[in-house]
Design a protein around this ligand. Structure first.
Ligand code: HEM
Length: 538
């Protein structure tokens, strides 16, 4: 018969052309030679030793031996889904990003994850959740690599290895896998008190979501949007789930971990397969792009701070629907590679020092995790926009590039058919002025406030939510072995709220320390005014 041609599956996965794994009616070797038998190795007689010349045996086993790749250094445990995004057109005046135009549909792939556990860990542990979205836009891929918590532990990427070392399992025991029962974690967050705000969200019901379908998502950092006229605003991205925000209670989370460690993975898969497609609205909080990069006294470059929605409402700019489960977990969910630097024209980064470090870290880790520099050719990572780059060769190169090795301008190669500077459609770095300043290893003074927003969060909780927070701190800290670090963490809680501190101290059987900073007043409006803002009323 005629040999089958390889089938392109680009429409499904985003690849321009990619090999279908299985074709034809017969089992073959990887070179397409038909096999008669795949159950018996080639031996010197039925009782004889196996022969080294059995290429099929060696190919089958060698390939199996290399089936696993390293798990992600963080966010190893996750699950993904395909869907589409529809723009509302409401962001048109603020950004030229074409995928946000009214009615424009863009395919997406989303990966939800926990942060600290290994690939095989349980879903319902107390942890932050990743919410990473790949928009395959006509103008190039946009990755919104966010979390379900709007603030982060640290203000500078240089501490990321440290917080992760402190929070991941101990090197000797390889326990625990969650952010619990962990002396080194509490040591870190009580010494680096900028982490207190994020930790409070973890200790709240947000740390144990009911389902990925009932989680908010946040881009965390402030981004810079630019419209066609080159005018800019600063913005924070938010995902709002149509089903509302729901959490488990701690006892449910623990039971689910034991009875069904795949609780969230199963929930997402089953919902989509049943046609109950989860939906989110994408929204932005918008701030004037001033030289100070602050809003109502809040430093927009400090990723441990959020801007209360009462002060800057979230404006809906589009809708996400997840409507298709992956065909192959490894090919899609495991091999997807997100990067905060994957930006379409009209969206740019800011100088948030955490974001700046992330811009380096993701591609660096993916070079190892995905085996070299060509992982954007893996189907799930292929842009849907046409690609005409000057990158060549390297491990796992799939493209067959024609012509001379590229350099531009090039007078020998028929000129330069693809000018880089087509301002109409090209990505433009916003020409933000960089302050003339001495090189320093230092933060702005505004980064020193570690407590007022944690206090705002605590005071905004209902009594039952506050009970859950107290119970979570008490449970987690009670598992620590080292008394001095419990005392140090109680001092941090005293600086957030003396009542919270006293309740946790009582649970731990320890005295409650006095605050060492001046506290914001005990109402959200007074706490806001302490940081220079007004409460707009209920
Ligand atoms: C992975 C979010 C900060 C390094 C991830 C993932 C998410 C995420 C959602 C999982 C991506 C996936 O599903 O494949 C965030 C957020 C941050 C943050 C919201 C702060 C606002 C950082 C920082 C660093 C970092 C500061 C390093 C300096 C990494 C690495 C991975 C990762 C190395 C693994 C990527 C891979 O193997 O493909 N992050 N992250 N993250 N993050 Fe972050």
């Amino acid at each position: 018969g005629t040999p089958e041609t390889r089938t392109a599956t680009g429409a499904e996965t985003g690849a321009a052309s990619t090999a279908n794994g299985q074709q034809g009616a017969f089992l073959t070797t990887s070179q397409g030679a038909r096999l008669r038998d795949t159950d018996h190795s080639l031996k010197a007689g039925p009782r004889g030793p196996t022969l080294l010349q059995d290429h099929h045996l060696r190919e089958k086993i060698t390939h199996f031996d290399h089936e696993r790749i390293p798990e992600r250094v963080v966010h190893a445990r996750g699950t993904g889904a395909h869907g589409f995004f529809t723009g509302y057109g409401t962001a048109d005046g603020m950004t030229r990003a074409g995928f946000l135009a009214k009615g424009k549909e863009t395919p997406v792939f989303v990966r939800f994850s926990t942060v600290l556990g290994s690939r095989g860990s349980a879903d319902t542990v107390r942890d932050t959740r990743g919410f990473a979205t790949k928009f395959y836009t006509d103008e190039g891929t946009f990755d919104l690599v966010g979390n379900n918590i709007p603030v982060f532990f640290i203000q500078d990427a240089i501490k990321f290895p440290d917080i992760i070392h402190a929070a991941k399992p101990h090197p000797d025991r390889e326990i625990p896998q969650a952010q619990s029962a962990h002396d080194t974690f509490w040591d870190f967050v009580s010494l680096h008190t900028e982490a207190q705000h994020h930790t409070m969200w973890n200790m709240s019901d947000r740390g144990i979501p009911r389902s990925y379908r009932t989680m908010e998502g946040f881009g965390v950092h402030t981004f810079r949007l630019a419209n066609a006229a080159g005018e800019t605003v600063l913005a924070k991205f938010h995902w709002k789930p149509k089903l509302g925000v729901h959490s488990l209670v701690w006892e449910e989370a623990q039971l689910a971990s034991g009875i069904d460690p795949d609780f969230h993975r199963r929930d997402l898969y089953d919902a989509i397969e049943a046609g109950a497609f989860p939906e989110w609205e994408l929204g932005i909080q918008v701030f004037p792009d001033t030289e100070e990069e602050t809003f109502d006294g809040i430093d927009l470059l400090d990723p441990t701070k959020f801007v209360p929605e009462e002060l800057a409402p979230v404006q809906a700019i589009g809708k996400l629907v997840l409507n298709r489960t992956p065909t192959n977990f490894f090919a899609e969910t495991e091999q997807v590679a997100f990067h905060v630097g994957h930006l379409p024209p009209g969206i740019d980064v800011t100088n948030d020092p955490l974001l700046q470090g992330r811009l380096f870290s993701y591609v660096d880790t993916q070079l190892t995790r995905l085996g070299g520099p060509n992982f954007s050719q893996i189907p799930i990572n292929c842009p849907h926009a046409a690609v005409n780059d000057m990158l060549r060769d390297g491990f796992h190169q799939h493209a067959v590039h024609a012509g001379a090795a590229p350099y531009r301008p090039n007078s020998l190669d028929g000129g330069n058919p693809f000018p880089a500077g087509d301002a109409e459609n090209a990505f433009l770095d916003v020409p933000v002025r960089v302050a003339e300043a001495a090189k320093v290893r230092a933060n702005p003074a505004s980064f020193d406030d570690h407590y007022s927003q944690a206090r705002l969060f605590w005071l905004s909780m209902s009594p039952v939510e506050q009970d859950h927070i107290v119970a979570a701190y008490t449970f987690e800290l009670a598992k620590c072995y080292e008394q001095p670090l419990k005392e140090r963490q109680l001092r941090a809680l005293a600086n957030i709220d003396p009542t919270l501190c006293a309740r946790v101290a009582t649970g731990l059987g320890l005295p409650a320390p006095e605050p060492t900073v001046q506290l914001a007043d005990a109402t959200p409006s007074a706490a806001l005014s302490q940081i220079g803002q007004e409460w707009p009323g209920d």
